[in-house]
Every structure is written in C-alpha cells, then in structure tokens.
Design a protein around this ligand. Structure first.
Ligand SMILES: [Zn+2]
Length: 152
C-alpha cells in the first residue's frame, strides 16, 4: 500500500515535470519569435530610413510632404524595391513619418542624431518602439521616454 502511494506520487511528479518542460520550451520559442520580429522591425526601419535619405539626395535635399504617409511610401519605394518593409512585424502597423519635417532639409536640422524622422506607430509588447533619426541611425526606445520630434 505504501509503495503504491509512493509510485503514484512519483508518476504524478513525472507528469508535472514534463508539462513544465513543455511550457518552458514553448515560452522560449515565443520569446525567440518576438526577438526575431523586433530585429526585423529595426532592419525595416533602417531600410525605410535609407530609402528616405536617397530620395532626399535626388530631390534638392528636401524631404517630401511627410504628412502624406501613403504618398511618402510611394516616393521611397523605387529606392528600396520592397514595400513590405514599411510595416513593423511586431505591431503589424506601418511606420509613421514626422510630418513637421515636411519640405525641410535634413542638413538644416540642428541636431541630426536627436530628431526623429520615423517611428513605430505603437509600442511593442515590451513597451519599446523603433525610432529612426534624421542622421539615419535607428534604435529601440522606451515608448514613454520623451523624444524630440520637432525640427525646431
Ligand atoms: Zn516595431
């Protein structure tokens, strides 16, 4: 009787261990997919940022009307040849351009490395969003961190 009880307890513990292992593996797989999507978001923003810089070079050093987001994407597409990069794979929303930079020259912006030209529309599930700056660098920032979006 006592041996049966011990065997039963060991069997239950074995099943619980297997269930826990499966859950840990599934959690790690979800984390890896999320990290991969965040990396893709950063890469997408870099491609869009580079395309925008190329457009500016070909157009008298001026940004297009960035308030017209679809038109801006249309203008950049010939430079990047891949329209899927406009969308963040985490939020599935397109990047937003800083409309206050419309028809401005990037070289006239006072602090190129601090002024945002494009960013995620919404934060990722970890509270970070991808931001692209006038100088072309892209990074993840905390969504509630104050950001300079104005050219002034
Ligand atoms: Zn994103």
């Amino acid at each position: 009787m006592r041996l049966r009880t011990i065997k039963l307890i060991l069997a239950v513990m074995g099943v619980m261990t297997v269930i826990t292992l499966v859950r840990v593996i599934a959690y790690q797989a979800r984390c890896n997919i999320y990290r991969s999507d965040v990396s893709q978001c950063i890469n997408n923003a870099k491609v869009v940022s580079t395309g925008l810089m190329m457009y500016v070079e070909d157009n008298d050093g001026l940004y297009p009307n960035l308030a017209d987001q679809p038109k801006t994407r249309q203008l950049i597409t010939p430079y990047i040849k891949n329209s899927s990069v406009y969308v963040c794979p985490v939020t599935t929303k397109p990047f937003m351009f800083a409309s206050d930079l419309s028809q401005k020259r990037p070289r006239d912006v006072k602090s190129l490395a601090n002024v945002i030209v494009l960013r995620d529309q919404a934060a990722h599930t970890d509270g970070f969003l991808t931001v692209g700056y006038v100088d072309g660098h892209v990074k993840l920032v905390k969504a509630n961190q104050p950001q300079k979006t104005s050219a002034r």
